[in-house]
Structures are given as structure tokens and as C-alpha cells.
Design a protein around this ligand. Structure first.
Ligand code: SF4
Length: 144
């Protein structure tokens, strides 16, 4: 473990300690997600601020969605990748460039956003871009 994330004693949020100076952004996100998973009864706070933008997906994001939530996403065909791309993604191709982003509703919201409750319906599998919007309260240290 290169980054430790724990409850901030002074608030309802979190604090962190860097245990290894070579820690990566992914190490931070993994530690934060583990903290969210084990400490928060409702991980998504419902601010929906990140959910009205274009959300580009990496190939890792796509496989993570399929691996962690194919049941919730009701994916059941023999080709889960193709089914996921067709049902939940917007794909733009220009020459050799293939740009994949999360699908969105007519109003422009991410298709995983529960607009009534303003919460993400697939929070723990959310993409790298979604994870970069850290919406939990925190001490001063994570904000630096
Ligand atoms: S996946 Fe979830 S967190 Fe990301 S934009 Fe969609 S609703 Fe928001």
C-alpha cells in the first residue's frame, strides 16, 4: 500500500498519507475507492456535477464496467463487449481515431445518472474521468 486513506478526525470526510513517494494517481484512486467502499453507506453524494459532461472512456474503463457490473447493466449476450458498447456508449470514428465515451440522454446527462436522486447508478465501476471528480469532503491534505 503506497497511499493510506482514512477518516479525517475533524470532519465527516477523509484524509490521506503518502507512504511511498513513487505512488501513482491510480494508487490514490484505488485507496480512495477502497475507503469509499468500506466506509460509506451511500458512496455517491448526489452532487451530479460530473455527470453532464462528455465522459471519454479508456479501454480499461470499458472492461471494468463489463467485469464489475454486467449483471446490473443487464448484459447477457455472448459478446459482452459489443453489447456494452452498443447499449451504453457513444462511438465516434474518424480515420484511425476511435473515440468512445459514455452514452447520454437527450437532456445531455450520462445514461448512468439517476436524475431524480442525482446519484450515479454505477458508482463503484465509474470511469477514470468520473473518479477524477472527487466529491467527498476531505482534510486540507488531499486538496493540495
Ligand atoms: S458514470 Fe456515474 S459518476 Fe460518471 S458521469 Fe455517469 S452518472 Fe456521473
Amino acid at each position: 500500500m503506497s497511499i493510506k486513506v482514512f477518516k479525517d478526525s475533524g470532519s465527516k470526510g477523509y484524509d490521506l498519507e503518502i507512504l511511498d513517494p513513487s505512488a501513482t494517481v491510480q494508487d490514490y484512486l484505488d485507496a480512495l475507492n477502497n475507503f469509499i467502499d468500506t466506509n460509506m453507506s451511500s458512496p455517491c453524494r448526489g452532487c451530479d456535477e460530473c455527470c453532464w459532461e462528455r465522459i471519454p472512456l479508456t479501454s480499461v474503463d470499458v472492461f471494468k464496467y463489463i467485469e464489475t457490473s454486467s449483471k446490473e447493466l443487464k448484459l447477457g449476450s455472448e459478446n459482452l463487449l459489443l453489447e456494452f458498447l452498443k447499449k451504453y456508449c457513444y462511438i465516434y470514428v474518424e480515420g484511425r481515431v476511435v473515440d468512445i465515451s459514455l452514452g447520454f440522454t437527450l437532456e445531455g446527462a450520462c445514461s448512468f445518472l439517476n436524475q431524480t436522486q442525482k446519484i450515479c447508478s454505477n458508482y463503484l465501476a465509474r470511469s477514470l474521468v468520473c473518479q477524477s471528480f472527487v466529491c467527498l469532503e476531505s482534510s486540507e491534505r488531499p486538496r493540495i
